[in-house]
Design a protein. Structure first.
Length: 300
């Protein structure tokens, strides 16, 4: 069994110079309108000497957390598109961007998880390097309430005002939408206005998940940026290109009782974003067997 990570790359037989890192002293632009520069720039500068500058572009055209602008594609494609928005605006060939997905965790639907992708797009060499980080330590709360209801317990759970809020009508009307709420008077006015516009007389109150408004999400973005920096610093043993790392995982550890393959990682495959070189790394030894409790045959 195999699970494949998406890769948006162009292959080349070019051999990269090994003396210095190819991005040392270079500059990339970060497409952001939500204050991500302090999260993404420092790891890349520390790891390879790549400077990152913010460029102000309207990344909301590619989708918003509130859904008023639907996302046009998968998160990785959206992150690459964001990077290219900044590159086009600044006239640069190197771009950086991030994209997050927050919602119920596939393995534990009652728990929210945050998966952040950070990409480096290099149009000079036709490569894309990306990494991600996932965390359950994300504050993502929501409730429905009328203008006179006590919101104290919810605000405590939502870590308000450190985490800002969004208010909109609970049913019926799409607008108004109030974003970036960090004061009680603003919250009360927004709830009253949105409840009046809703068909059920209630306002929907939820965490503002934009990066500048959500400290718990900022921590996940920063970790994803650190992982990207490590990957950019790691070079292909065959051609020397930056971005060497895991590109695939082979699943299938035999059940200890019946030998049926259980969907657990057995081997990881490292690969290059610029050439076809691959290397396999066993995750577990050949003698390891899976717990029968995970087996689809022994524990259907």
């Amino acid at each position: 069994m195999r699970t494949t990570s998406p890769r948006a790359v162009a292959h080349s037989s070019r051999r990269w110079e090994q003396a210095d890192h190819p991005y040392a002293g270079d500059t990339a632009v970060l497409a952001t309108k939500h204050e991500k520069l302090p999260l993404i720039a420092p790891p890349l500068e520390r790891a390879v000497g790549l400077l990152v500058e913010a460029v102000a572009v309207d990344t909301d055209v590619l989708g918003t957390f509130t859904g008023d602008v639907p996302r046009q594609g998968p998160p990785l494609d959206t992150a690459i598109a964001k990077a290219r928005l900044g590159m086009n605006a600044a006239g640069r060939a190197l771009g950086v961007a991030s994209e997050g997905s927050i919602g119920p965790d596939p393995a534990m639907p009652l728990v929210h998880s945050d998966r952040e992708i950070v990409v480096l797009v290099d149009d000079r060499h036709g490569i894309v390097v990306w990494e991600s980080h996932s965390s359950w330590d994300i504050v993502a709360r929501s409730t429905s309430a009328g203008p006179d209801e006590d919101l104290g317990p919810f605000l405590s759970q939502a870590h308000f005002p450190e985490h800002q809020l969004i208010v909109r009508p609970n049913c019926g009307a799409v607008h108004p939408i109030h974003k970036g709420i960090s004061a009680l008077d603003h919250l009360a006015a927004a709830v009253a206005e949105c409840a009046a516009a809703a068909t059920d007389g209630l306002a929907r109150i939820e965490t503002d998940l934009r990066a500048h408004a959500c400290p718990s999400r900022r921590a996940v973005i920063a970790r994803a940026a650190e992982r990207l920096a490590t990957r950019v610093a790691t070079r292909c043993p065959a051609c020397g290109a930056p971005g060497w790392g895991r590109v695939d995982v082979i699943l299938g550890v035999p059940c200890a009782w019946c030998g049926t393959e259980v969907a657990r990682p057995r081997t990881e495959i490292d690969g290059c974003v610029a050439c076809e070189h691959r290397q396999t790394r066993p995750v577990v030894s050949a003698e390891v067997r899976a717990d029968p409790g995970e087996c689809p045959y022994c524990n259907p």
